[in-house]
Design a protein around this ligand. Structure first.
Ligand code: SAM
Length: 232
């Protein structure tokens, strides 16, 4: 179960709302039962249930069951796309192991607002499901120019470019180390954006094959490929 409270030895975590309903009414947790908790940065903790009432309970950390997780240094930078599809990206990015999900606003974006709370909830749910204890950082929506302007060239910026780029596998193998994939929106990047990305220090245009993939497919395929080569 994910909680916001920072976990540690003896920390008592009050739980109410939906998580409490799930534990008390669905899982029928009894006093002294053990529930596994994570806060996204302190590994996993076994916590003992106490003070169980109708709608709330307290979980007291008794032992760390997993050390804080090392996540591969990989970011996924992608343009916001329609609701269900960006949710899918968040879920799969978390399962595949990304360290950071960075939404980027581009000129042809069909969507220019993002519900970060909803995306965060998808990351949490995916982490709970896949047994990941370190939550990906979720950046707030930033403009492409700002992202490129601040880019630290020591992080490879793999630009998923459907108009042509270097072959995926050999390019990833030739560029080990911290990386990010940049994937465009439904309508792609415009010519000016393409030039700006290509001119950014650290950028390498990469092809994901001869077919034009939907943005969410490109994001997931690129991340899977990077993780297959560099992840653990
Ligand atoms: N501009 C395109 C069009 O309308 O023909 C479509 C863009 S595509 C749906 C969305 C994003 O996925 C692109 O901006 C690119 O980053 C990525 N993408 C899709 N297919 C790709 C491919 N074959 N190679 C590299 N990137 C791809």
């Amino acid at each position: 179960l994910h909680v916001e409270t920072q976990l540690g030895d003896g920390v008592a975590v009050p739980v109410d709302g939906n998580p409490a309903h799930y534990l008390i009414s669905v899982m029928r947790v009894k006093p002294d039962d053990i529930v596994l908790l994570f806060d996204g940065r302190s590994g996993e903790w076994a916590a003992r249930a106490r003070d169980i009432r109708k709608r709330d309970l307290v979980l007291e950390c008794v032992a760390q069951t997993k050390a804080p997780e090392q996540v591969p240094d990989y970011w996924l930078c992608c343009a916001p796309i329609r609701k269900g599809r960006i949710d899918l990206i968040a879920e799969k990015a978390c399962e595949l192991g990304v360290a950071r999900l960075q939404p980027v606003l581009t000129r042809r974006a069909v969507v220019d607002k993002l519900n970060l709370d909803r995306l965060h909830a998808h990351l949490v749910e995916a982490a709970e499901q896949c047994g990941r204890t370190a939550l990906p950082d979720l950046g707030s929506l930033m403009k492409l120019d700002a992202l490129l302007g601040d880019w630290d060239a020591s992080r490879h910026l793999f630009f998923a470019d459907e108009s042509g780029g270097a072959p995926l596998e050999q390019t990833l193998r030739a560029h080990p180390g911290p990386a990010a994939f940049l994937v465009g929106p439904e309508g792609g990047f415009d010519a000016q954006e393409r030039d700006a990305i290509r001119a950014t220090p650290g950028a390498v245009a990469v092809s994901l094959g001869p077919r034009i993939l939907r943005a969410e497919t490109a994001a997931i395929a690129a991340t899977s490929a990077w993780m297959a080569i560099n992840g653990d």
